[in-house]
Design a protein around this ligand. Structure first.
Ligand code: ATP
Length: 898
């Protein structure tokens, strides 16, 4: 069969569509699907073409410093300094190669993470719906879509229920459009083809079913996707800021080099060539050319670490923002709690019932408060109640290791388990009662309802939902087999009792309806519903969430629970989690009554918000932000997207979350676990720390090199380090020491300090001071030792070799200082914890030995072998930086108490 080509799927009658794609309402069989997959390929868009290797290499040369070096290479070649020319060119090329490799690694890391967010689709295969990887959808697949889904391919609709979708990506139309089956005129444009769903659109409401008519590049999105493809760039606001800073610094340094040139020429009467080389040396020494690459790598490593701890970053700036988060607003169910529900209590008008057993194990007993087991045969009212739970339920019972295992929403699964425990014949009930229609659960109404009929023609509506919602709908209640007027106070009292124990409470109701009712609408729930009872589920807090809440509190981050659950349940769970301000909880309706100003006052004192709807989340984020807070907000439902977009860091749930929420989020949690947010924040803080540490390490070493050259010119002495030697030092330290800091693990007290103020400049007063202090130590040691050797009568080449090795050894010692800002580095951990640092030091020592003792290097860099005495002096002088900076840290710790 050839792939059917049609631009007019929207204009064909349904039967023709099905025959063209060779499918039916039963969908495809697995074997048909795999044949078609082989024939048409995966349902994905080809990735944007990458920049070719050579172009990436060439782009490395687009850098002011490289231009300076190339001019230096030309000048040195004109005057016949061939060795210098070739060293400069070699260094430039090696640097470019390193740049390409590092950039490639960082981009690959991000790509791998992007692939981790696979997209699922509900397709009918071999007659039943299964969740499959959207990549594996093929032409003719019968798919079902629900709110929050991202349309996985181009689909012709056959069945819809209130279906609405957002096609902004394709049509630019930002309002959701209604969709329904039935072909439309051929000439209509994309936006008006109401019977089609196009790949990339988002389902905002209702449900729909239809058949796949195009996949991958053949979809409408594939046709326009050239516009959408963009190569990811490793850029964040902070990096941009830094790049700008580096550019200004470069210009400043070039100006300084010019001043030095003029000064040396007019005042010191140096030769033009010497001065030129000194000026180039100064530029090379002072410009922190390795910094941007280190920054990018630090960021990429941070993102990888987060992915390993179940947090996937979708937008890079979030890595920086995470470090300054002051408030986390979290959902309760599944994020703070385990979402492993077990029905524990059942309340009717006459009975208080306990349920034993745990988890999804089907063993357990339904018994009265006095411990007497209840038999369904003698208690028909119990069967009625449990039947509602089974019918108004989308769980599938799959054959498991020990009997049957439920698959679906955990609370619905728990209802199934409850039915099994009581002895209800679930299979028989499901056979007898066929579903005709349904109102799916939406957090706005907090209920789900189904309409079903049995073989004897009876029809009934089964409803389950939040007790408040059902109490508003019911006028009568069941008492045994009879009914009586609703006693609202009784149910509210019982609800409160269950909720105070931290139980999630669900109410069930039902009504019998006439045979004429064929579809279900919210109005149908307004008449004749009978309240049957309450079911209480336990959903214990995650133990790791309890720990994470405590860590957040220590780190000055307040944790707020925003839940759709009952106020008392939320408070009880809040207490179990050790949250603060549990008693001052606020409900959605109370929140609604507050003006924005009042809410801003309240929001900082209250940590629990219950019975909220998604719109409340948006108001809460806005109120918190108005108070200057940096907010991380979690969400899963389709209506959470605006709040996630508005939050500083929007966090979507990977398991429970809809595609719409993931699309709106900066970060996706693959395990839906609150503890992963805490880890990500810790990592965010670490990345920022490591960026600062890289600066703290690189700038003083650049400063010291530049100062030594300037000091030489000002004092009228020979340069302690030649420009090519400086190039060498910069190259070898950039690939070893500075890179090691990108792998630096978190400081032990990282979650004991308050969040970083969002506006804090990267180069704080402390950083500038430390840079100055270290520059002075390094330049005194290097220049001092050089002058000492010269006074002692050593030849210039030897004195320079000593100076270069002094500088490099200083950097090795200083690397260990730079590992912690204020914490003491003189410990086992300080020296051995970061094995990359040790590896980098080892490699650098090896390179320095080559530089000093190998003949070709001696010729290239004009170096001389050193003896034990030289090394002894170097070690004594250079270890000073370790002691002095540690002393400075101790003084700072003493005077500023952290
Ligand atoms: P969150 O995850 O935001 O902390 P939640 O999951 O507890 O909150 P919702 O999912 O909005 O909040 O549920 C609110 C209430 O709606 C629940 O307390 C429950 O009574 C009811 N409910 C939840 N799921 C269903 C469902 N599938 N069918 C019927 N009612 C439900």
């Amino acid at each position: 069969m050839a792939v059917p080509e049609s631009d007019y799927w929207h204009a064909l009658p349904e039967s023709e569509v099905l025959s063209k794609v060779e499918s039916s309402e039963l969908g495809l069989s697995e074997s048909q699907a795999s044949e078609r997959l082989q024939r048409d390929g995966y349902n994905r868009l080809n990735p944007a073409s990458k920049r070719p290797w050579l172009l990436r290499f060439a782009q490395q040369f687009h850098n002011l410093l490289i231009y300076v070096l190339l001019v230096a290479a030309i000048v040195t070649s004109i005057v016949g300094h061939w060795v210098d020319t070739s060293v400069i060119i070699a260094v430039v090329v090696i640097n470019a190669l390193i740049g390409v490799v590092q950039e490639g690694k960082a981009e690959k890391a991000l790509e791998a993470i992007r692939d981790m967010l696979s997209h699922q689709a509900m397709a009918k295969r071999d007659g039943s719906f299964n969740s499959i990887n959207a990549d594996e959808l093929v032409l003719g697949d019968w798919v079902r879509l629900q709110p929050g889904d991202k349309v996985p391919a181009d689909i012709r609709l056959f069945r819809t229920h209130n279906l609405q979708c957002d096609e902004a990506l394709l049509t630019g139309e930002s309002l959701p459009v209604d969709k329904h089956p039935g072909f439309v005129a051929r000439e209509l444009s994309l936006g008006d083809r109401t019977c089609m769903l196009y790949s990339g659109a988002l389902i905002t409401r209702g449900q729909g079913e239809g058949v796949v008519v195009a996949t991958g590049e053949a979809t409408e999105l594939g046709r326009i996707s050239a516009l959408l493809k963009s190569v990811s760039t490793l850029i964040t606001p902070l990096l941009r800021q830094l790049e700008q800073f580096a550019r200004w610094l470069t210009v400043g340094i070039l100006a300084l080099a010019l001043v030095m040139f003029v000064f040396g020429w007019v005042v010191r009467e140096y030769g033009i060539l010497d001065l030129f080389l000194a000026a180039v040396g100064l530029a090379v020494a002072a410009i922190p050319e390795g910094l941007p690459a280190i920054m990018t790598i630090t960021l990429a490593i941070g993102v990888q670490h987060m992915a390993r701890r179940e947090a996937i970053i979708r937008r890079l700036p979030a890595v920086e923002t995470l470090g300054s988060v002051t408030v986390i607003c979290s959902d309760k169910t599944g994020t703070l709690t385990r979402n492993e529900m077990t029905a524990r209590a059942l309340v009717t008008r006459q009975h208080l019932i306990e349920i034993t057993g745990s988890g999804y194990d089907l063993h357990g007993v339904v018994q009265s408060a006095a411990g007497i087991e209840l038999e369904l045969e003698s208690e028909p009212w119990l069967g009625k109640l449990l039947r509602v739970g089974v019918l108004c339920n989308d769980t599938v019972m799959l054959p498991g290791a020990e009997g049957k295992a439920p698959q679906g929403d955990p609370m619905e699964a728990a209802l199934m388990v409850l039915a099994y425990k009581s002895g209800l014949d679930v299979g028989l009930e499901l056979q007898e009662w066929q579903r005709l229609d349904l109102i799916p659960f939406e957090s706005q109404h907090r209920l789900m309802a189904t309409l079903e009929h049995n073989h004897s023609g009876q029809r009934q509506i089964s409803v389950k939902g939040a007790p408040e919602s059902l109490l508003d709908l019911c006028t009568r209640q069941a008492i045994g087999e009879q009914t009586e007027p609703l006693n609202r106070e009784y149910w509210e009292e019982q609800l409160e009792l269950l909720a105070c124990q931290g139980m999630r409470v669900l109410a069930v109701a039902h009504s019998e309806v006439s045979e004429l009712v064929t579809s279900l609408h919210h109005e149908d729930l307004q008449q004749g519903l009978v309240f049957l009872g309450l079911i209480g589920f336990i959903d214990p807090p995650r133990s790791e969430a309890i720990h994470a809440v405590r860590l957040c509190q220590q780190a000055g981050i307040s944790v707020k629970m925003i839940t759709g659950d009952h106020l008392e349940t939320a408070k009880a769970i809040g207490r179990m989690l050790g949250m603060s301000h549990c008693e001052a909880a606020l409900s959605g309706s109370e929140l609604e009554a507050l003006s924005p100003e009042e809410l801003q006052l309240k929001v900082q004192q209250v940590d629990i918000f219950a019975r909220t709807s998604p719109e409340h989340k948006l108001r809460l984020v806005e109120a918190l932000q108005a108070k200057g807070e940096v907010v991380a907000m979690t969400g899963d439902g389709v209506n959470d997207a605006p709040a996630l977009k508005r939050a500083d860091v929007g966090i979507a749930m990977g398991i429970k979350g809809t595609e719409v929420t993931k699309e709106a989020a900066e970060m996706v949690l693959t395990d839906d676990n609150f503890a992963s947010i805490e880890h990500a924040i810790e990592q965010g803080r670490t990345v920022y720390d490591n960026l600062k540490k890289a600066i703290l390490f690189i700038l003083p070493t650049n400063g010291a090199q530049a100062l030594s050259i300037m000091a030489a010119v000002v004092l009228g002495r020979q340069l302690p380090i030649t420009p090519v030697q400086i190039l060498w030092v910069n190259m070898v330290t950039a690939v070893t020491l500075a890179l090691a800091l990108a792998f630096e693990p978190s400081e032990s007290k990282i979650m004991e300090r308050p969040p970083r103020p969002a506006q804090e400049p990267l180069l704080s007063g402390f950083l500038l001071w430390r840079i100055l202090l270290v520059s002075i130590i390094l330049v005194s040691g290097t220049f001092g030792l050089f002058v000492w050797y010269r006074i002692e009568g050593a030849e210039i080449e030897l004195a320079r070799t000593v100076a270069v090795n002094t500088l490099v050894t200083f950097e090795i010692f200083y690397l260990f200082n730079a590992r912690y800002f204020l914490q003491c580095s003189l410990s086992y951990q300080g020296f051995f914890e970061n094995r990359y640092a040790l590896l980098a030091c080892g490699l650098l020592i090896l390179l320095q030995l080559l530089f000093t003792y190998s003949l070709p290097m001696q010729q290239m860099f004009d170096t001389r072998p050193l003896d034990w005495v030289d090394w002894g002096r170097i070690l004594i002088i250079t270890s000073s930086v370790l002691w002095l900076v540690e002393l400075e840290k101790a003084l700072l710790r003493h005077f500023f108490k952290n």
